[in-house]
Every structure is written in structure tokens, then in C-alpha cells.
Design a protein around this ligand. Structure first.
Ligand SMILES: [Zn+2]
Length: 492
């Protein structure tokens, strides 16, 4: 999104919906459910790659760009061919300063190998091509005063200090506050209240306090200590050894409840579209929502009694609450405000255990063992599920009709009743494509090798699963066997 379009867009937005920068504005515009809104947002693009070519030969990246230009696609006019590394560095250095004259924001330059045959030879690692690399520019740092340090309480009870800054303009964005993460971070950087500090927008987005400007210290600056009590409920805070974080342990802490409710209704969790942050706060303050399950007891009379709410919006809110019962299990898991659980780990746990009861019965070791979960998240999930209040909450959510199990799409087909496991790298298809083809024909993908496994498919570089399958005597096949099997059934 060009800077000009970004500024115009923000002029039209209400104050609480301003975009922080063009990148957020562009992403937000693309995410619109209504494409007509997206089409009004003045987005533009440069073509830089052709996905698939048939009937012609292209030999270099440069040729690709020339062709795109010839065909009428916008191509960046500042692209340049470089013959030596010196040329590459000269180009990067030149744009470090000149980028500020562009009509759009950039955070770096991409350097690519031109010859497509060389590109192919170099290949990719995971999703990263070995023939292209981004040269990122350091963010701009600006000095301002650290006026005060205040503390928020997060949705899991964590105390999160943040900086009150003398408002400063960094590349068109006024910054007046920044997160300070935790007390340890403040001490490590030796930030003191009253300091002049350097502030930057990380990735040109979130403001960060980098360090104090020591030369400007006068001696009147104050060393900061986290309060010993929660600033919202006065409960003594808890510090967990070896962890930088401090917590308010009070489950009834009003701020913690408010933040957990805001998270529960948010887009990533239960996605109650018509209930925003302000409405969530209003419901909590009215005493309607003391626990997340209280949403499912709300009545129209209660909502109308809040004042300023019309019947239509009350109905819309109740409809959003009703619709939230359809959210998949992992979103509910993510919405429960379990410490360290993000969207990704919620998905991993939902897939691994299938439903809340299996997860609640699992030992800490079993949870930790789930690939991608690890000890910190695993232990936290386990502890949360040992708490009787939390288990009672789950029972109330279950009674309300929320989804607490993975939806099982049981296809029936010629492979129904057989379980498969694919290990190692396949040649003809990706592993997930193979698994998808198997489930489409009614087969089930097993989570591990056991005696009940019907078939182990072995690709290149198989791991320990092969040895285990040999030990328990499971039928072992190569990729060819699988390709034939799929072909045979797909022709039926
Ligand atoms: Zn508190």
C-alpha cells in the first residue's frame, strides 16, 4: 500500500481503528471478507515471478521480469543486474538512504541468482530458496524521554511493564508507549525512569525501547522495580524461579478476567464478531461475565438492560455467541487463556489428543512429547487441567454445547478399515499429499507405529519408525507400492 493511500485510509478510519503502518493496512485490506471493500483500498503490486510456463523457455530471472513488463504487468523500475558482490553491496547501500524517497515502505532488498538453471541446481531448503536472500536494513532509532513505567496484567495473569514515552514521530507514526516485556529486560538494558532512550520500530512495526542514552543522564533518573502487589487487585505477585515473568495469581483479578474475556471473544479464538473489546469490557463491568462460560447464559433482557443497546444489536450479539459454539476444538483450547498456549500449539494438541477428555487425562510427559509442544507449554497445559476450577469451567462449556473434540471426517472407501503411516521423503508427491489421497479413499493415518498398523510406507531417509515397524512385524512397503495402490483405486 503506497504511503499516500495509507495516510488517506487512516483519515477515513475512526480513531480506534487506525492502522499502525502501510503493511498492516495492506494485510488488513486483503483480509476483508467483502472484496468490494478490498477494491477501494488502493493496493498495488509488482510482479516478480511466473509460477508455471508451458510452450516457451525462460532462461533467467531478468528475462522473467522483462516478459512480465512486456505483458503489461507492473514491474519494479529499480531492479538492477549486478555482476559482482561489490555491485550488490553498492546497490544495498545506495537504497539504505534512498528508500525514504520511495512512495512506499521497504525494509530491505532481495538479491537473487539470475540464471534459472543455477537456481534449480541450488534448490530450496524447507521453503527457503538457496538462490535468493533478503538484505534487511536496520530500523531507524529516535531518542525520546522515558516518562514513566506502568504495568498491565495480561490474560494469564502475567505482569507486563510498558513505557510511557514523550510522544515522538518515527517515520510518520507517533509513538507514545512501548512494551518493556518484563522486569529482567528493563534491568538488563538498565532503563531508568527519566532517561533519554533510543526507540525503534522493530520490523518497522512494533515500537521497542532499545537502550538508554547514558551520556544524557543527569543523576535524577530512578531505577525501576516491579510492584510487589498486583496494581489492579493488590494480591501479592508471584515470581517463578528461572523465569523472567511475574504473575498475579488471583483468578478473580478483575483486569485478568477482562483480558481473558477479550481474548476469548477475539477473532483468533471464539470469533464473536459483534462483541468487540469495548462491549466485552461493558459485559464484565456489568457483572454479567465472571467466567467465560457466562457468555452462554446471557439473555436479551440483560443486554437491553445495559442501556444504549438496541434490540437488533442485542440479537446480533446473541447470534455471535451461538455461532461460537461451532468453532473447532483447537480454537476453544486457544481461547481458554492457558499460559504459553498459542494458536499453533492449540492445533498441535487438538490433533494429537482428539478431544478435551483425552487431553485432561494425559500425563505431563505425554503432553510434552507431542512434537512442537515442548516442556514449557506441556507443563503449563497439564497444570491448568489439574485445577478443579478449570475443569468445572470445561464442564460448563461442554453443557453449553461448545466443540470440545476434533471433528472426525470419516471417509468411507476402498481403504476403510486400514491404517497407514508414511515415513521418510517421497519422490512422486509430498507426504501430506500422500496422506490426503489415503484418507480420501477411506484409509486412516496412524499417529505412530503399533501392532495394529496395517501398512508402513517408507520413503528416502526413514527415521526410527522403520526399525520399530520391523520389530513389531508391520507390513512395510515402498513408495511405488503406494502409488500403484492409489492408482488402482482411483481408476475404479
Ligand atoms: Zn490482580
Amino acid at each position: 500500500m503506497p504511503i499516500k493511500s495509507f495516510e488517506q485510509l487512516n483519515e477515513e478510519m475512526s480513531d480506534d481503528r487506525l492502522f499502525a503502518n502501510p503493511r498492516n493496512a495492506a494485510a488488513g485490506s486483503l483480509r476483508q471478507k467483502d472484496p468490494r471493500i478490498t477494491s477501494t483500498r488502493n493496493l498495488s503490486f509488482f510482479g516478480y515471478q511466473i509460477g508455471y510456463v508451458e510452450g516457451m523457455r525462460i532462461n533467467s530471472h531478468w528475462e522473467t521480469l522483462e516478459l512480465l513488463r512486456e505483458w503489461g504487468f507492473p514491474v519494479n523500475p529499480h531492479i538492477q543486474r549486478a555482476d559482482t558482490l561489490e555491485d550488490v553491496m553498492a546497490y544495498c547501500n545506495k537504497w539504505e538512504k534512498e528508500r525514504f524517497n520511495l512512495p512506499y515502505e521497504i525494509d530491505g532488498v532481495v538479491i537473487k541468482i539470475n540464471d534459472l538453471a543455477h537456481q534449480e541446481e541450488l534448490g530450496t531448503v524447507a521453503r527457503d530458496p538457496r538462490w535468493a536472500i533478503a538484505f534487511k536494513y536496520p530500523p531507524i532509532q529516535v531518542a525520546t524521554r522515558l516518562l514513566d513505567i506502568r504495568v498491565n496484567v495480561g490474560r494469564t495473569g502475567s505482569l507486563n511493564p510498558w513505557a510511557v514515552l514523550e510522544p515522538i514521530n518515527i517515520r510518520g507514526v507517533t509513538v507514545s508507549r512501548a512494551s518493556l516485556h518484563n522486569e529482567g529486560d528493563i534491568q538488563r538494558k538498565d532503563l531508568r525512569i527519566g532517561d533519554w532512550v533510543l526507540v525503534q520500530r522493530a520490523g518497522e512495526v512494533i515500537p521497542q525501547v532499545v537502550k538508554p542514552v547514558l551520556e544524557r543522564r543527569t543523576g535524577t533518573e530512578e531505577v525501576y522495580r516491579l510492584p510487589e502487589q498486583c496494581p489492579f487487585c493488590q494480591t501479592p505477585i508471584i515470581r517463578i524461579p528461572d523465569q523472567a515473568m511475574a504473575y498475579c495469581p488471583n483468578k478473580e483479578c478483575p483486569e485478568r478476567i477482562l483480558q481473558s474475556v477479550i481474548h476469548f471473544v477475539s477473532k483468533g479464538a471464539m470469533d464473536m464478531e459483534t462483541i468487540g473489546e469495548k462491549m466485552a469490557a461493558q459485559l464484565v463491568n456489568a457483572g454479567y461475565i465472571k467466567s467465560l462460560s457466562d457468555f452462554y447464559q446471557l439473555t436479551e433482557e440483560q443486554l437491553l438492560a445495559l442501556g444504549g443497546i438496541k434490540k437488533k444489536s442485542a440479537d446480533n450479539m446473541l447470534a455471535a455467541i451461538e455461532a461460537s459454539k461451532e468453532r473447532p476444538f483447537w480454537r476453544v483450547l486457544f481461547g481458554l487463556n492457558i499460559r504459553y498456549i498459542g494458536e499453533k500449539s492449540a492445533q498441535l494438541l487438538a490433533t494429537a489428543f482428539g478431544d478435551i477428555d483425552a487431553l485432561a487425562q494425559a500425563s505431563a510427559e505425554e503432553i510434552i512429547k507431542v512434537p512442537g509442544v515442548g516442556p514449557e507449554i506441556g507443563q503449563s497445559v497439564y497444570n491448568w487441567l489439574q485445577d478443579t476450577d478449570n475443569l468445572a469451567l470445561i464442564e460448563r462449556l461442554r453443557a453449553a454445547g461448545l466443540t470440545l473434540a476434533e471433528e472426525k471426517v470419516e471417509n468411507t472407501g476402498p481403504l476403510t478399515g486400514q491404517t497407514f503411516l508414511v515415513t521418510g521423503r517421497l519422490e512422486a508427491m509430498t507426504r501430506s499429499a500422500a496422506e490426503e489421497a489415503i484418507t480420501r479413499l477411506g484409509g486412516r493415518i496412524a499417529t505412530g507405529v503399533s501392532k495394529t498398523l496395517s501398512h508402513l510406507i517408507v520413503g528416502e531417509d526413514p527415521g526410527s519408525k522403520l526399525a520399530k515397524a520391523q520389530k513389531v512385524g508391520v507390513p512395510i512397503h515402498n513408495e511405488e507400492w503406494l502409488v500403484d495402490l492409489l492408482k488402482q483405486h482411483n481408476e475404479d
